[in-house]
Design a protein around this ligand. Structure first.
Ligand SMILES: *[C@@H]1O[C@H](CO)[C@@H](O)[C@H](O)[C@H]1NC(C)=O
Ligand SMILES: *[C@@H]1O[C@H](CO)[C@@H](O)[C@H](O)[C@H]1NC(C)=O
Ligand SMILES: *[C@@H]1O[C@H](CO)[C@@H](O)[C@H](O)[C@H]1NC(C)=O
Ligand SMILES: *[C@@H]1O[C@H](CO)[C@@H](O)[C@H](O)[C@H]1NC(C)=O
Ligand SMILES: *[C@@H]1O[C@H](CO)[C@@H](O)[C@H](O)[C@H]1NC(C)=O
Ligand SMILES: *[C@@H]1O[C@H](CO)[C@@H](O)[C@H](O)[C@H]1NC(C)=O
Ligand SMILES: *[C@@H]1O[C@H](CO)[C@@H](O)[C@H](O)[C@H]1NC(C)=O
Length: 858
């Protein structure tokens, strides 16, 4: 009935406005009078089923306050802004009332007969009402034959001395006494509840048994002859002794789920004054038939031997959020039926072969958020029923043994490569690791039965040619977002990586710096339904690029210039937001397709806008008219004018993208060969063309030692013949005696790139900030991408933003961070080298282009 009512209420509240119930009125059996400044019950017709009167200022309820409402089932009277007086038989005009909610109303007077005459009351909510022990002693709940749920939490109850009438409450299921001040509860006090089966009994957050010392020989078993589904005694400040005495005291009471979270058991990290639980702590629970034990949020440091030995029926053990660092051999002995072991959010650093002995039925081990760096080979051997292993967010750099179980979570570790062992799994989660080589991807694709493979946020960027394309007949979802597949593919290899995946349905390739798609890369994906290519640098797509039965394509945040609508012909939905459309006649077919297609276009129309020519920058495509583009002549003329007047960049991009689309395979080979010739023969023979230096390194002289060892030694040609860059820096290359500003200006203008190493010293050094400003002004005047900012040390965005010269840059542009981990330095230097080598784009755009036929309408 309760469920039914809440459902009814939910429906009413959600659809209330739609049904036209305005506040402070009634309709369809619901009277909605919240926040109506009422001081008494309003007049409503007798057909009401629900009356909502919270958030008013009603002071008194008497038997005549309510009209006779025979059908009323729910009365909400909580949170009155004035203290509330409830007289004798105050609700007797509501004979069918099922839920009475008085929560958060300060009850200044409650007549012992206030709730009389409510034979159908199922739920009574009296939380936060300022009630004292009297409410339990005084027989207030007599004759509530249907009462199942009594909420007395957050009151000022100090003792649970129950009135004998509780014995007659035969429907009683749950009582909540949490957040009161019950210092102790003994057998005598709860006697009226003996013989009952309760689904929920809460004594949480009462400082129970911890403020006063208890003589258990007198107190005896408070839950004698009771059966409790869930007993919540969490957050009572229990140390090991209290726990042991309590579990001995409740010997024999059946409790299926014991909640003991937020305890103070355990020595914590680096302390020894409090004890960790031992073999005797929970021994008293042996005859309680415990199925679930929640010991989360405490200070247990060591899981001692045979700690849970007597809990032979336990199925779920939650030890999350403790300080567990040590699992003594045999800690889990006795847990023969355990199925779920939660050890997440602890301090485990390594796992040993013996750790999980004695857990024959465990199916799920949660080890997330520990500090596990090493795992002994046989650790999971003894877990014969293991199905899911969660090792996310640990510190694994290598893993030599992965058990063959259906689901393995290894995300958020530091794995650089996988050892290619034989392995069977359905789901493998490896996101946020440091995998680099696609060989690992080829290996994983061959894992039998694999359905879902999650590899986003790795560093997949290199390709050692694989012997044969990987084949997986089971794989359905492949997550490869936030890698660097562009680097792998531009070598000309690994283009066959998706060849053997005929059942793949979802493929994520977002954020991979992709500027091209290898021809035919998706051709084997016969079942692909959704393809995510968002946040890449694609300038064009050809009709043959996509699998034939694709339903959804995300190419938002790319650099598509003038897409051919034929590419999207089969799609049911497509996301094309934030591209770099050229609003010239070439785009007319696309614009008209956008206007007529049946495919769902994701996102707001305003996010599909022109990027070029400049005059149209930002104008939404749906306000561009293509009239006049149809005529062959106009089109020809336009094309011609486009060719001669559109900027160098546009033409270049168009030609290269067209060329690349047709011959990209060949192109990349040539490019690579040329590159190898150039660099292979003499690495330092970079074309310096008009620049004297490859880069001007600007840093604080206090950082010189560091810069020398971290960067100069590995990059500058004068330090080693192996290095490829000719760098400029103050200590060596500035002309002595020359004005410092002149020196800086010279360096800025005679280097292809300026690399600013922003450290704490840099921010305090006026000359550095000066140099930064010059570098920035050169960017404005000349080439946008000349300035590279590398943040060194733990400077927050906020600290950077405090410095005016940096503010603008930090807000708008990307900067690099010097890696915290030594092992990432090599990778970082490679990346920095690529940034230095990167050709700046000429950003000068043609200012006015006579495109008479393309006009905005709005
Ligand atoms: C309740 O009283 C306040 C202040 O007197 C007033 O602003 C508000 O509109 C009143 N609400 C209703 C529903 O009458
Ligand atoms: C009393 O409430 C029940 C549901 O709780 C409903 O079925 C019954 O019709 C109501 N009785 C009257 C007289 O409205
Ligand atoms: C636990 O019980 C023992 C023996 O009855 C007693 O000495 C000790 O004080 C009790 N400890 C607590 C915290 O109740
Ligand atoms: C629990 O009760 C049983 C039977 O009454 C008794 O044999 C056992 O010793 C008791 N255990 C404790 C820890 O008091
Ligand atoms: C383990 O506990 C954590 C923290 O309470 C929780 O987020 C996680 O879902 C639990 N794991 C399982 C398998 O229940
Ligand atoms: C979109 O199509 C409608 C007719 O289907 C046409 O009237 C309208 O001008 C078109 N809009 C654009 C921007 O082409
Ligand atoms: C869109 O759907 C309508 C009716 O289902 C159909 O007549 C029309 O040809 C479709 N248009 C396109 C472009 O597929």
């Amino acid at each position: 009935m309760r469920d039914h009512l809440e459902l009814l209420l939910g429906v009413v509240l959600v659809t209330g406005p739609a049904l036209g119930i305005s506040p402070c009125s009634f309709d369809h059996g619901v009277a909605l009078y919240r926040f109506c400044n009422l001081t008494q019950v309003p007049h409503i017709p007798p057909t009401m089923k629900i009356l909502l009167l919270s958030f008013n200022s009603i002071r008194t309820i008497t038997p005549t306050s309510f009209p006779f409402l025979e059908q009323l089932q729910l009365l909400e009277l909580g949170t009155q802004f004035t203290p509330l007086t409830i007289e004798k038989e105050a609700f007797r005009n509501l004979p069918n009332l099922s839920i009475l909610d008085l929560g958060r109303s300060q009850i200044s007077f409650l007549h012992p007969d206030a709730f009389q005459g409510l034979p159908h009351l199922v739920e009574l909510r009296l939380f936060y009402c300022g009630l004292s022990d009297t409410v339990l002693k005084g027989g207030y709940f007599r004759n509530l034959d249907s009462l199942a749920h009594l909420d007395l939490s957050k009151n000022q109850i100090g003792s649970l001395h129950l009135h004998p009438s509780f014995r007659e409450l035969n429907a009683l299921k749950s009582i909540d006494f949490s957040l009161n001040q019950v210092a102790s509860v003994c057998e005598r006090e709860l006697k009226p509840l003996q013989g009952k089966v309760l689904s929920f009994f809460s004594l949480a957050s009462n400082n129970l048994y911890s403020r006063i010392s208890v003589d258990w020989s007198k107190c005896m078993n408070p839950f004698k002859n009771m059966v409790l589904d869930t007993l919540d005694v969490s957050d009572n400040g229990w140390a090991v002794d209290t726990m042991r005495n309590f579990s001995n005291a409740i010997n024999g009471s059946e409790i299926f789920s014991l909640v003991l979270s937020h305890h103070i058991m355990g020595s914590g990290f680096g302390f020894h004054n409090l004890k960790d639980p031992d073999q005797s702590t929970f021994a008293g629970l042996a005859r309680s038939s415990l199925i679930k034990l929640d010991l989360s949020h405490g200070f247990i440091f060591s899981l001692n031997v045979r700690l849970f030995e007597t809990l032979t029926e336990l199925k779920v053990l939650n030890l999350a959020h403790n300080k567990i660092n040590k699992i003594v051999e045999g800690a889990f002995y006795g847990l023969d039926r355990l199925q779920v072991l939660n050890l997440s959010h602890n301090l485990l650093g390594e796992l040993y072969n013996s750790n999980f002995n004695g857990l024959p039925r465990v199916a799920y081990v949660d080890l997330r958020k520990n500090h596990i760096g090493i795992i002994q080979d046989q650790t999971f051997k003894s877990l014969g029923s293991l199905k899911t292993l969660d090792l996310r967010d640990n510190a694994l750099e290598t893993i030599h043994i992965i058990p063959s179980i259906p689901t393995i979570y290894l995300g958020g570790n530091k794995l650089v490569k996988l050892s290619h062992i034989s392995l069977v799994a359905d789901i493998i989660h490896l996101a946020e690791n440091r995998l680099e080589n696609l060989a690992d991807l080829y290996f994983l694709l061959q894992v039998p039965h694999l359905q879902i493979l999650i590899l986003n946020q790795n560093r997949l960027s290199s390709c050692s040619p694989s012997p044969a394309p990987a084949e997986s007949l089971s794989l359905e979802q492949l997550f490869l977002g936030e890698n660097m597949l562009q680097l792998a593919w531009e070598t000309g290899f690994c283009w066959d990586v998706f060849k053997g995946l005929p059942h793949l349905q979802f493929l994520y390739l977002n954020n991979n710096h992709l500027s091209f798609l290898p021809p035919g890369v998706f051709s084997g994906l016969a079942a692909l339904r959704e393809l995510y290519l968002n946040f890449n640098r694609l300038t064009s797509l050809s009709p043959g690029d996509l699998p034939a039965q694709l339903e959804f394509l995300d190419v938002s945040w790319n650099q598509l210039l003038a897409p051919d609508p034929a590419v999207f012909a089969s799609l049911r939905a497509v996301d094309l937001r934030h591209n770099q459309f050229i609003c010239a006649c070439e785009l007319s077919a696309f614009i008209s397709w956008l206007n007529h297609t049946n495919a769902t276009l994701r996102g707001a129309p305003a996010d599909r806008y022109c990027m070029f020519p400049e005059a149209f920058a930002g104008v939404p495509l749906d306000s561009i008219s293509t009239d006049g583009c149809d005529e062959e002549k106009a089109f020809q003329a336009l094309k011609w004018s486009l060719f001669i007047s559109v900027t160098v960049m546009l033409t270049l991009v168009l030609v290269t993208s067209l060329g690349a689309a047709k011959f990209r395979g060949v192109c990349f080979m040539c490019y690579k060969r040329a590159q190898r010739l150039l660099f292979g023969v003499s690495p330092q023979r970079l074309e310096l063309d008009r620049y004297k230096y490859d880069a001007y390194l600007c840093f604080s002289s206090k950082d010189f030692e560091w810069v020398q060892s971290a960067l100069l030694v590995r990059l500058d040609t004068q330090y080693s013949d192996q290095n490829r860059f000719s760098l400029c820096f103050e200590e060596r290359d500035f002309v002595p005696g020359e004005n410092h500003v002149v020196n800086i200006q010279d360096a800025v203008w005679s280097s292809r790139k300026i690399v600013c190493l922003v450290s704490r010293h840099f921010l305090r050094d006026g000359w550095c900030l000066e140099a930064f400003s010059y570098a920035q002004s050169r960017c404005l005047a000349d080439l946008r991408s000349a300035l590279i900012v590398v943040v060194v040390g733990s400077l927050s965005q906020y600290q950077l933003m405090k410095h005016r010269p940096l503010q603008g840059f930090i807000q708008k542009q990307q900067y690099l961070r010097w890696p915290e981990d030594m092992q990432d330095v090599e990778w970082f230097l490679n990346k920095l080298s690529r940034e230095i080598l990167k050709k700046e784009k000429k950003q000068k755009r043609g200012s006015s282009i006579p495109l008479q036929t393309v006009a905005t309408i709005s």
